[in-house]
Ligand binder design. Structure first.
Ligand SMILES: [Zn+2]
Length: 112
C-alpha cells in the first residue's frame, strides 16, 4: 500500500505538524479531512511513496544525478548507485593524496 502525504489546506495544522502520512489502498480516494485533527487537507501527490519500494539513500542520490561510491578497501571504491563506472581504483598517488587530505597539516610555528 502506498503512503500518501497530506498537507493542511489553507490553515495551519498544529497537531500533525504540517504534514500527515496516511497508508491507503491505491484505489482509495484522497482524504478530505485530516485523520489526526479533522481539518481539511489536500493530498500531496508528488511525494507519495510506496512502502514496499524502500529506496536506499544511494538510490535517492542517483535519482538526483549523483553517483555514490563506497570504499571497499584502500584505494578502491565500489559504485553503490548512480551513473558512472562500477569501480574506481585509485593509483598509489591518488591514495596518497586522499590520505594526505585526511591528516591535518601541521603548520610549523615560525618564530622568525
Ligand atoms: Zn492535521
Amino acid at each position: 500500500m502506498p503512503i500518501y502525504e497530506y498537507e493542511p489546506d489553507g490553515h495551519d495544522c498544529l497537531i500533525c505538524n504540517g504534514r500527515t502520512e496516511v497508508l491507503q489502498p491505491i484505489d482509495a480516494g484522497a482524504l478530505q479531512y485530516c485523520p489526526t485533527c479533522g481539518l481539511e487537507v489536500r493530498r500531496v501527490i508528488s511525494r507519495a511513496t510506496f512502502q514496499l519500494n524502500k529506496t536506499s539513500s544511494a538510490d535517492k542520490a542517483s535519482a538526483k544525478g549523483f553517483t555514490t561510491f563506497k570504499r571497499v578497501e584502500k584505494g578502491k571504491w565500489e559504485k553503490v548507485g548512480g551513473e558512472g563506472p562500477d569501480m574506481i581504483v585509485g593509483t598509489p598517488e591518488d591514495v596518497a593524496a586522499v590520505e594526505a587530505e585526511k591528516t591535518p597539516k601541521k603548520k610549523p610555528i615560525d618564530l622568525g
